[in-house]
Design a protein around this ligand. Structure first.
Ligand SMILES: NC(=O)C1=CN([C@@H]2O[C@H](COP(=O)(O)OP(=O)(O)OC[C@H]3O[C@@H](n4cnc5c(N)ncnc54)[C@H](OP(=O)(O)O)[C@@H]3O)[C@@H](O)[C@H]2O)[C@@H](O)CC1
Ligand SMILES: [K+]
Length: 514
């Protein structure tokens, strides 16, 4: 499991650890990891560290300190390192002194004498460096092989301020590799929101633990690849993170496996109430996902029975609606439902009586009565995309996309349901606020194709029927679905049924002994 902790938790853990270490030791660990990562990037980009050109963008806090100490290490290996200081009067003095000792240069984009700074070594650093105008800063960044973003880390608030923002834009336009220190500057560490200009990195080197912004879009897209440097923080982090992302081993453990005693009811029977005369394909695709999701049987109740049977003769089709469909251990309702509110209400009633979980997707989200969902005693899983979530919350789609974590949590609370908010970083929020939100690491833009959501609803519904909790069914379903999307696409467009067909291969891969 990969975990992400909030800034407040990281700060508390850092205080505990720092109290047990000599002053500055933690920053040296961070800088050593950062310098090693930068050296690797330079090796790939410029062939070697010696003779390469490195520009450090240095803000006024410890994030800038990390960049300066890492820059000193690179300068000692023969790189030409120039620090561009955003606030020379508040720069990390010890870091600047180290860089100067190692032969690095510094220029300031604002006038002011270095103060000695936080934890600073004063002395040498007190001499102000030359002031660079915007043209000189632009020239430096354009000529760099590597730009290190040490503008702000977990102490950053809001979009980049005046002075910092143009430098981030220069870095983006320069063609140099960009390595962000701890976080890409300008993103909100705890929420993954990006409300103003922010650095776009090729690699983010983060310290101690992931922060939510490194896992949640839109910030995640600014981070590039992420490398975690161990600085010894783990023993001081609490058990419960803010966010968690399942990895292969977690998913392998959670995927249902039939035993010698299994029959179809022990494996789980999933009921699919989907499709309409207008959208029969949604029914076929939801069934396609459900058949690959580990349940022992799939019952279909709806008007697209003929289309379903033509494609999947193993489906148990009933014409009498959900109430007469026979015993099921979980229901899926909503894909392609059009305006059929009656079926949605019937599924909720039948599932309440049988006390079985319900997954509500697509049209079903609009048609389901919120109070009926809130008062359920068995689990409910809602699977909206950003547009559907926005409609349920009464806000614009752009607002949901900008603040995905907040939107998922809010919906889970309003509906007292588990919410899977689809996107390239799909989120799974629980109605109980005291468990970490799950984030799916396997998403791919190739999955943004008609019908792919129907496949996911069948797949996750099948996992619910097999006995997984709503949270596990949602996050395991999203994980497998994401990998199936990648495999089906393999760099070229794939259709939703290709995604369903790729599921067994992904399942084998995930559960294969490593
Ligand atoms: N603690 C530790 O043990 C370790 C910490 N480590 C490192 O320290 C980092 C945290 O350092 P930090 O606390 O000094 O905060 P930091 O991210 O540098 O930013 C604060 C400065 O930025 C400024 N500023 C704020 N918003 C801004 C904006 N939008 N645009 C522009 N400027 C903005 C703000 O200005 P102010 O609001 O004070 O005027 C203040 O001066 C952490 O991410 C990691 O890299 C590692 O070495 C491992 C050990
Ligand atoms: K940064």
């Amino acid at each position: 499991m990969r975990s992400a902790y909030s800034v407040e938790t990281v700060r508390a853990a850092e205080r505990e650890l720092m109290a047990r270490l000599p002053e500055g030791a933690l920053m040296q660990r961070a800088a050593a990891g950062l310098a090693a990562a930068c050296a690797q990037v330079l090796g790939r980009r410029a062939g070697r560290v010696y003779g390469s050109r490195v520009v450090l963008l240095v803000g006024s806090g410890d994030n800038g300190g990390d960049a300066l100490f890492a820059g000193a290490r690179l300068a000692r290996r023969g790189a030409g390192v120039t620090a561009v200081l955003l606030s020379p009067d508040r720069v990390h003095g010890g870091g600047l002194a180290a860089l100067r000792r190692a032969g690095g240069r510094d220029v300031s984009v604002a006038a002011g004498a270095p103060s000695g700074g936080a934890g600073g070594a004063g002395g040498e650093a007190a001499r102000p460096g030359p002031v660079a105008g915007p043209d000189e800063a632009a020239r430096l960044v354009r000529a760099a092989d590597l730009v290190v973003d040490g503008i702000v880390g977990i102490g950053g608030r809001g979009g980049l301020r005046e002075g910092a923002a143009p430098l981030a834009e220069l870095a983006a336009a320069s063609g140099a590799a960009v390595v962000a220190v701890d976080l890409p500057s300008g993103v909100e560490a705890d929420t993954g929101e990006v409300r103003g200009p922010a650095v776009r990195a090729d690699l983010t080197v983060t310290f101690g633990t992931h922060k939510p912004a490194l896992l949640v879009d839109p910030a995640r897209a600014h981070a590039g690849a992420v490398r975690l440097v161990d600085i010894g923080l783990d023993p001081w982090l609490p058990e419960r993170p803010e966010l968690e992302a399942l990895q292969h081993a977690d998913v392998a453990r959670l995927l249902p496996r039939p035993g010698a005693e299994s029959d179809k009811y022990r494996r789980g029977v999933v009921g699919i109430a989907a499709g309409s005369a207008r959208y029969p394909g949604a029914a076929v695709l939801a069934v396609a996902g459900a058949l690959r999701g580990g349940a022992g049987a799939v019952r279909y109740a709806g008007p697209a029975g003929r289309a379903v049977l033509a494609r999947y003769p193993e489906t148990l089709v009933s014409d009498g609606g959900p109430r007469r469909a026979g015993r099921v251990q979980a229901w899926v309702v909503g894909p392609g439902a059009g305006d059929d509110a009656e079926t949605v209400a019937e599924v909720l009633a039948v599932a309440d009586e049988a006390r079985v979980p319900v997954l509500i997707d697509a049209d079903g989200l609009r048609l389901a009565d919120r109070d009926a969902v809130r008062s359920r005693t068995a689990p409910t899983l809602l699977t909206p995309h950003a547009g559907e979530a926005a409609a349920l919350l009464g806000v614009d789609r752009a607002e949901v996309e900008a603040a995905r974590l907040t939107a998922a949590r809010e919906l889970a609370e309003r509906y007292r349901a588990t919410v899977l908010l689809k996107g390239t970083t799909t989120l799974v929020a629980s109605p109980r606020g005291d468990v970490p939100v799950r984030v799916n690491p396997t998403g791919t833009p190739w999955l943004a194709t008609a019908g792919s959501g129907d496949v996911l609803s069948g797949l996750a519904g099948s996992l619910l029927a097999a006995g997984l909790s709503a949270r596990d069914a949602a996050s395991v379903g999203a994980y497998v679905h994401g990998l199936a999307g990648r495999r089906a696409a393999a760099g070229a467009p794939a259709a939703a049924h290709d995604v369903a067909e790729a599921v067994p291969e992904v399942w084998r891969d995930v559960t294969a002994p490593s």
